[in-house]
Design a protein around this ligand. Structure first.
Ligand code: AMP
Ligand code: ZN
Length: 111
């Protein structure tokens, strides 16, 4: 079965795009858990953040920079960036993605 986020990158599945560069795309999460819930993903497929960090650290940094620029544009009063990795990490889509969460006070520790 084809990767869901690769299908978003190719345009086969529509997404609500927030920002895009040559290597990275950011789009709204389909099931937001905060007023701002954006996913920032590399356009090339990596299974998780660990694979992305090993293979393409520059693109990992680009993901973080894009999340930061969206947070600045929205003047968020703090925010959280999260890569869920693996089953116990809560990862459900196995194409590396950075969650940008903000717009409300976020609880810690996570569940
Ligand atoms: P994770 O559980 O960290 O793997 O996060 C996967 C995220 O992808 C979840 O927050 C989902 O709501 C989100 N998601 C799943 N399908 C789509 C989609 N078609 N468009 C946007 N976000 C999606
Ligand atoms: Zn993919």
């Amino acid at each position: 079965m084809k990767c869901l986020f690769c299908s978003i990158v190719s345009g086969e599945i529509p997404a609500d795009t927030v920002k895009e560069s040559d290597n990275v795309i950011a789009f709204n999460d389909i099931n937001p858990v905060a007023p701002t819930h954006v996913l920032v993903i590399p356009k090339i497929h990596y299974e998780n953040a660990s694979e992305l960090a090993s293979a393409s650290p520059d693109v990992l940094i680009e993901c973080l920079e894009m999340a930061s620029s969206i947070a600045k544009e929205r003047e968020l009063d703090g925010y959280r960036t999260v890569f869920n990795t693996g089953a116990d990490g809560g990862q459900s889509v196995f194409h590396a993605h950075l969650h940008l969460l903000g717009g409300r006070a976020l609880a810690w520790p996570p569940g």
